[in-house]
Design a protein around this ligand. Structure first.
Ligand code: BG6
Ligand code: MG
Length: 226
């Protein structure tokens, strides 16, 4: 039987770092006098650092020099990293580890598909790096989600077809990327926001292993196994 590729986004799916990205961007925005709300932040989820800054500047109708942009990008990342200094296993979101372990038990493949350039140290700090058969992050791709490049690369590294790949995502851009790639999209978070996902769970504590088991069957998206 062909193995399935279970591709996980990182921020907001495996670890609760989405809140740290938000706090760090909010600091930059308030410095620039731009109102930046959690609703605005939804548009930044899954989006690269550079593009995120552009979105914030567009929001405040601010034109900036490349020099200023570089300065804010460095400041944002330094601030973000300061939240990660003491990071350990306790930052893994509830239910995730259980699902990762179950996928391993079932002898299926696990990949990371993240826009973050900080992904590897986070996987190391939380102790789950060895569970991953492939890692594709912001250092490996040139096109940010909703472009499917990050997931296509992950599937290719695992030698798996797109149809046999399942993507777990908390961002609209990530769900769109998975759908464009013809992969099975699983939204983790608010169903109203992630309505384009094929399946949806508020978080991993709502996901029973039987869901993963059904996805391991051949063609779950076509056979209606779920
Ligand atoms: C994504 C986050 O995973 O990574 C975005 O959802 C973030 O909020 C992007 O901007 C890039 O992350 P980093 O760590 O490279 O700044
Ligand atoms: Mg995310």
């Amino acid at each position: 039987m062909n193995k399935k590729a279970f591709i996980f986004d990182l921020d907001g799916v495996i670890v609760d770092t989405a809140k740290y990205h938000f706090l760090a961007w909010q600091k930059i925005a308030s410095q620039l006098g731009i109102e930046f709300t959690p609703e605005h932040n939804e548009h930044l989820k899954g989006v690269s650092r550079v593009r995120s800054l552009d979105i914030i500047l567009e929001l405040g109708k601010i034109k900036a020099t490349q020099e200023d942009k570089n300065k804010w990008l460095i400041q944002k990342n330094e601030d973000y990293l300061s939240y990660l200094v003491d990071m350990d296993q306790s930052e893994i979101l509830p239910g995730v580890f259980h699902i990762l372990e179950f996928i391993k038990e079932k002898n299926q493949l696990i990949a990371l598909g993240s826009a973050s350039k900080n992904a590897r140290p986070i996987l190391e700090k939380t102790g789950i790096l060895p569970l991953f058969d492939a890692i594709v992050d912001g250092n490996d791709v040139s096109n940010a989600k909703p472009d499917p490049e990050v997931f296509l690369r992950a599937a290719r590294l695992l030698n798996t077809s797109n149809e046999n790949s399942i993507v777990f995502e908390d961002s609209v851009a990530g769900i769109q990327a998975a759908n464009t790639a013809n992969m099975v999209s699983v939204g983790i978070g608010d169903k109203k926001i992630l309505h384009e996902a094929k399946y949806n769970f508020s978080d991993f504590t709502f996901m029973d292993v039987s869901f993963i088991e059904a996805l391991c069957l051949p063609n779950p998206s076509k056979g209606g196994a779920l």
